[in-house]
Design a binder for this molecule. Structure first.
Ligand code: ZN
Length: 183
């Protein structure tokens, strides 16, 4: 039996890992080493999260690219998950779709060429979806439902794009400054 220097509990020799101590056993029990290890990971996770957030703030374009890359990697998985989710959350799914439709109605400018939009949708290649280049609903700007803002994406590309990046996306601070100006 040996007393652990950390938890002060007396435990059998097997409860301690090997070490170069005189008795060949670590002074902390395995349990304590495990606990300390997960505490360390947690502390570092916080530190690294702060560091990562600071990096993203100063490298927004790179950060957007890397989250897009990451997102593409898991697109398939997310598609499957999303289909399953929709099946068991039909009401929520319908509500989201309705909200999106309403946003689309409001986003149609008076000069939009409805026929051209319809033709664009009609010509959608197999396995693709029509995507709004600038999303109709995003925290910063809302895109328009017009021909110039439409593109074809494969389903998984569309899934991975979501509403967080588009070409010429304003930097987050700029968008926030602008929304304060109009508030
Ligand atoms: Zn211990």
């Amino acid at each position: 039996m040996k007393t652990c220097k950390r938890c002060q509990q007396e435990k059998p020799g097997e409860a301690f890992g090997p070490s170069r101590n005189r008795d060949g056993l670590a002074s902390w029990c395995r349990q304590c080493h495990r606990e300390r290890g997960s505490e360390w990971a947690k502390e570092n996770r916080e530190r690294l999260t702060v560091k990562a957030a600071a990096w993203r703030a100063t490298n927004q374009e790179k950060a957007a690219e890397s989250s897009l890359r990451h997102s593409r990697k898991f697109a398939e998985k997310r598609l499957r998950y999303s289909a399953e989710w929709s099946k068991s959350n039909r009401d929520k799914r319908r509500a989201t779709d309705a909200k999106h439709k309403a946003a689309k109605r409001l986003a149609v400018p008076a000069w939009a060429d409805i026929k051209a939009i319809a033709a664009f949708y009609a010509a959608t290649p197999a396995g693709h979806q029509v995507d709004h280049i600038v999303p109709l609903v995003s925290p910063y700007v809302c895109g328009l439902h017009c021909e110039a803002n439409l593109q074809y994406l494969t389903s998984s590309e569309n899934q991975s794009k979501r509403n967080f990046w588009w070409p010429d996306m304003p930097r987050i601070e700029d968008a926030q400054r602008q929304s304060r100006m109009f508030a």
